[in-house]
Design a protein around this ligand. Sequence first.
Ligand SMILES: *Cc1c(COP(=O)(O)O)cnc(C)c1O
Length: 407
Amino acid sequence: MNRNLTEDRPTFVTHLECSLTGERYEADQLHGLSRAGRPLLVHYDLEALGRAVSRDTIAARETDLWRWRELLPVRRTDSIVSLGEIETPLIPIPRSGGGQVLVKDEGRLPTGSFKARGLVMAVAMARELGVTRIAMPTNGNAGAALAAYAARCGIETVILCPEETPEVNVREIAAQGARVWRVNGQIDECGAIVGRGAAEGRWFDFSTLKEPYRIEGKKTMGLELAAQLGWELPDAIFYPTGGGTGLIGMWKAFDEMERLGWIGSKRPRMYAVQASGCAPIVRAYEAGEEHAERWEDAATVAAGIRVPKAVGDFLILRAVRESGGAALAVGDPAILKAVEDCAKKDGLLLCPEGGATLAAYNQAVRDNLVDEDERVVLFNCATGLKYPMPEAGQWLDKNEAIDLGAL
Ligand SMILES: *Cc1c(COP(=O)(O)O)cnc(C)c1O
């Protein structure tokens, strides 16, 4: 077992708070949304934490997600079910992006997407708090990560996918032991069914941001970035935004690290990237609204960001605005072109959502939102191998004469 998981370490969780009203909730109890129907955020005793561990101590540990243990909510090491949550690399893409562009390649995590970060944490906490049945609506990757971690510790899962979910994801979920159903609707409509079962006490609701611990897992993206870049955050981050867990989580990580004195006050401009076929956050951002209305008839090749309505909308918008960033929409043709460019010119196969961040970056450079010398991080959230690729159907007949020069 990984050395970071062999010893018990204290957690510094003090309580949870409603992200809208600030109402306080006890730690060590099972919680969904707050009474105001909004996400709960985990709070830590950062003073005690800072006395107990320094950034240098953490930097000296094995580089995986669990090196951040003191900043995470799990109390008992034996609650953790790990599939090897490695630190993901930062890959330069000088030809398709530019000299200062790095891709944080999250496709290398267990189950091939960054949903593993959130779900490894949420499952550990569910286990710690005695949950035995979980249900979730998913566009694919979250369900796959939930299925994998839950299977590993014997928690039963019921997973509902919108009809447009990529086939590979539905099969992957089933292969990992979940009971999976396709539903003739969008992800929020699947979520409504999950909510009905939860209200009847049939299962615990694991919808995005409806339990408090996925954000804490996703927060590790922000912690890792700081450590990887010498405790100096980049100038801008482009994040493909569906439910926004990662963007909200990173923003929380930056705040916690600053209060610990591990980083300064410099923040990256946060760019929330959506597909123009489903861009509720972009519409709300442009209209100056605090909340985002549901996007009707959502459609895009980037399934991971096909989220018509996000419960954490106001948290995404707040982080984007406070950071001086923006919410940007890109069309499917630009997304597919970016995936092709990055693979052909830089040898890195992005998922469509990752392609969206590259397309948005290039657009932002053209629109003078971002300067080419600025250090930028794009998130590739899943391995490109999970997605359909353009056909490559050329055949050679081994029994015929072969013109080797023409190959
Ligand atoms: C879930 C997902 C996203 C969106 O992540 P959020 O943090 O929920 O906004 C983006 N890309 C991929 C591949 C995903 O699976």
